[in-house]
Design a protein around this ligand. Structure first.
Ligand SMILES: [Zn+2]
Length: 348
């Protein structure tokens, strides 16, 4: 099975990229060929793996492969356990809503795509302008038919900012369209699906953690709306709320929280005692991939929102186990960080 691994990742990464490519395809149903190259490649590799392992009938085509991706613990995937012995991924596609999961996005490498996209809009502009563009995309998940006019009324300058980042907005994927409309989650602000118990309330949202039943207060005609690139929605809009909250905390202002570089998401802070630490706010579901990215980002502290998956049992242990020998990255929630720093300041 070693032959199934490539220089850019294992079989599961290839399948995740295939699923995402299908979702990113504009203007046609995900079940109709021709499929994106990444999707076809994923199917070919799965077929090859089934034939190599024997005993498993390969998926007949892309629609069946996507159905398989709703449950990676099923017997159909027995060959995957051999190819990826350390894998513990339940699904890449939600079985009911048919949306790709956050695990899928993380395995497909969208975190790096998100950072690259942000760097792309920061080239040859002042740090102030780069920051303005970044704040805009992080807060504006969807552009509806009224957005341009609303910005003109509220802050005309933002119309220019929108123009400079418009390429980061794409057609709404079909899995997020219900009766011609696309909704935003009232809690996390990412894409939402209505239906629990009716279309006025939310059944599911992209962050996967907001409770169903919340009243939907923002819904837009899908055909005339554009949504922010999924990489930026999941890897910047989502943690941005926690990041903003931290930046407003008096104790962090006092300790001098400041960006390391104007295009990045890392911050410096002078810890009690004068020692400088570099941190970044992450909102992730896969601890091993978070550990890998935190090491690549060269942060000393990975801060996670207190309501995120990172507080679930086993996450911290899996994160620590995935760090390379001799590497130290602290994993703390935003609440714990501010409480610790505030108490420390009181004691002084
Ligand atoms: Zn939500």
């Amino acid at each position: 099975m070693a032959a199934l691994r490539t220089e850019v990742g294992g079989l599961i990464d290839i399948i995740a990229r295939g699923v995402l490519a299908l979702s990113l395809r504009n203007g046609s149903s995900s079940t109709i060929p021709p499929y994106p190259d990444e999707t076809q490649y994923a199917l070919d590799m799965v077929v090859l793996a089934c034939l190599h392992e024997g005993g498993t009938t390969p998926p007949a085509g892309v629609p069946e492969l996507i159905r398989w991706c709703t449950d990676l613990t099923s017997r159909a995937w027995s060959f995957l356990a051999m190819a990826e012995p350390s894998l513990a991924v339940p699904r890449l596609v939600h079985p009911e809503h048919r949306t790709q999961t956050r695990t899928c996005a993380e395995l497909a490498g969208l975190a790096q795509v998100a950072d690259d996209l942000l760097k792309g809009i920061s080239v040859d502009v002042s740090p102030k302008e780069a920051n303005e563009r970044r704040r805009f995309v992080e807060s504006q998940v969807l552009i509806g038919p009224e957005t341009h006019r609303a910005l003109l009324m509220r802050a005309p300058r933002l119309v220019l900012v929108l123009k400079s980042v418009r390429d980061l907005y794409l057609s709404v994927p079909e899995e997020w369209v219900v009766r011609g409309m696309t909704a935003l989650c009232p809690s996390c602000g990412l894409l939402a699906l209505p239906g629990f118990p009716d279309d006025r309330r939310m059944a599911w949202c992209e962050s996967e953690v907001c409770p169903p039943g919340l009243r939907i207060d923002r819904s837009y005609p899908s055909a005339t709306s554009l949504v922010l690139h999924p990489a930026l929605r999941l890897f910047h809009s989502l943690p941005a709320r926690s990041e903003e909250r931290l930046s407003r905390e008096p104790v962090l202002t006092k300790l001098g929280m400041r960006p390391v570089e104007h295009t990045g998401s890392r911050y410096r802070v002078d810890m009690p005692g004068g020692e400088e630490r570099i941190f970044r706010v992450y909102d992730r579901v896969e601890p091993t991939l978070l550990a890998r990215d935190a090491v690549a980002d060269q942060v000393e502290v990975a801060v996670v929102p207190s309501g995120s998956r990172a507080v679930q049992p086993g996450f911290r242990e899996a994160f620590a186990d995935a760090l390379p020998d001799g590497t130290q990255v602290d994993l703390v929630t935003d609440d714990v960080l501010t409480t610790y720093l505030t108490n420390d300041q009181k004691d002084r």
